[in-house]
Write a protein that binds this ligand. Structure first.
Ligand SMILES: Cc1cc2nc3c(=O)[nH]c(=O)nc-3n(C[C@H](O)[C@H](O)[C@H](O)COP(=O)(O)OP(=O)(O)OC[C@H]3O[C@@H](n4cnc5c(N)ncnc54)[C@H](O)[C@@H]3O)c2cc1C
Length: 404
């Protein structure tokens, strides 16, 4: 037998977008329920570097000082290492004076902070171990969602259902949502290694004709490494065997050598596809997609969380007004996309250009482009491009009452 609940807004997914939206709505007095299929926030290799625009947005809505009290690292430089030797150093103080650092905060810590804040508002609820599987409709209107909570069927009636359930969204699979464009250019094989003493906590991208990889600081004393594998080559990679990968890593930066020597199989890697996608229309009557479910960003630039959270904050204003005015029509909810769609597309275009240029196999792209990029890094043009990605040039279009 299925139990039934009723709220104003039911959010599917307690990632950064769902948690930010849930807290902001509850703060405005909206009865909000967030559903999360996992039992807790434990997750790895996701959205751990938070670029300056994240700090800017959190300051705008009055939650930065609160989040900053939770464990994190701050770093002020990014480095691109070309062909193992030429280093281009990017100072966040130069490109983002508004918030001159990136935060490294494990996603469980960030989500825990958002939960602690949201719990201050009696209208906020989060159910873990609850997996949404179907929208409920009445006529042309979404009126709720069906889910399994601790293995039991539940039906949640809601004036608005939000799909904040990430890149493999269940809500997005429903009739009426259509992917407008999708790009997939590489996979990332992630692993963690101990951080050597005196290693400066900086994001480093290593680019060369053979192998491109990223090394990021990982809280508290680890490094997170991502090997970038061009689309379609993962299988080939595995077929060549672990010995071949070990040899490659031993030829790369010295911090990878201990890990390489202990490598016995591929189980030490966590593989994620670097995919961008954009849903044609994010809203239906009574339903809205936000975050990665509406617009998945690739890891390029480490800005996925910021983009997801930015849309969630804009949605908090639109949904708050929708509930107050009793207008949950598709046209009303379309305002979120009207305010965010063009910006998100611009960011995705930059990401796709970065991914395409570094990872394609042709000599031009694989060998010549890193050299040209190194030269470009000596000019103001690159700083301008980086600023486009990591900085919010003007505040999010929400009124001052949308804040914690
Ligand atoms: C390899 C990789 C590295 C990345 N690194 C960075 C980085 O360093 N910095 C950065 O800013 N971004 C990074 N990103 C992107 C970032 O992780 C995402 O953009 C961000 O997490 C999106 O937030 P979200 O809340 O929209 O979705 P998600 O974080 O995916 O959250 C969705 C939530 O919904 C839950 N869920 C799914 N289906 C259901 C269901 N049916 N019922 C209930 N719950 C459900 C999921 O369990 C999850 O908790 C990276 C992405 C990848 C792939």
């Amino acid at each position: 037998m299925s139990s039934s609940y009723e709220v104003d807004v039911c959010i599917v997914g307690a990632g950064p977008a769902g948690m930010m939206l849930g807290g902001l709505l509850a703060r405005q007095g909206i009865r909000t329920l967030v559903l999360e299929r996992h039992r807790n926030f434990d997750r790895e290799f996701r959205g751990e570097v938070l670029m300056p625009q994240f700090t800017q947005m959190c300051r705008q809505i009055g939650i930065f000082d609160f989040i900053e009290k939770y464990p994190h690292l701050k770093f002020r430089n990014l480095e691109i290492v070309f062909h193992k030797s030429h280093v281009s150093r990017i100072s966040l103080e130069e490109i983002a004076p508004e918030a001159p650092f990136a935060l490294w905060m494990p996603q469980p810590v960030l989500l825990g902070a958002l939960l602690d804040k949201s719990k201050e508002f009696p209208n906020f609820q989060l159910w873990f171990n609850t997996s949404a599987h179907e929208l409920v409709r009445s006529g042309g209107q979404v009126t709720g969602v069906r889910a399994l909570k601790d293995g039991q069927s539940v039906e949640i009636k809601a004036k608005i259902v939000v799909g904040a359930d990430g890149r493999a969204s269940t809500v997005r699979r429903e009739d009426g949502f259509e992917i407008e464009c999708e790009e997939y250019s590489f996979d990332v094989m992630w692993f963690s290694i101990p951080r050597p003493q005196n290693y400066e906590p900086t994001v480093r991208a290593f680019l060369s004709a053979g192998r491109n990889y990223l090394i990021l600081p990982k809280y508290p004393e680890l490094l997170q490494v991502g090997l970038l594998v061009p689309k379609g080559e993962l299988h080939e990679y595995k077929q060549k065997g672990i010995e071949s990968l070990r040899a490659e890593l031993l030829a790369d930066d010295a911090v990878l050598h201990d890990f390489a020597r202990q490598l016995h199989d591929f189980s030490s890697f966590n593989v994620l596809q670097a995919r961008t996608s954009f849903v044609k229309r994010w809203a239906q009557n009574g339903c809205l997609l936000v975050g990665d479910s509406a617009h998945t960003c690739s890891p390029a630039g480490a800005i996925g969380v910021s983009i997801a959270v930015g849309t969630a904050i804009v949605a908090a204003d639109v949904l708050h007004r929708a509930i107050k005015q009793g207008n949950t029509s598709q046209e009303f909810l379309d305002q979120v996309q009207e305010l965010r769609g063009a910006y998100v597309k611009k960011i995705q275009r930059i990401q796709n250009r970065i991914s395409g240029n570094f990872l394609a196999e042709s000599t031009w792209q694989g060998k010549v482009f890193p050299i040209l990029f190194f030269l470009l890094s000596k000019t103001p043009l690159l700083k301008k491009l980086q600023r486009e990605l990591v900085v919010l040039k003007s505040p999010l279009p929400v009124p001052p009452e949308i804040r914690f």
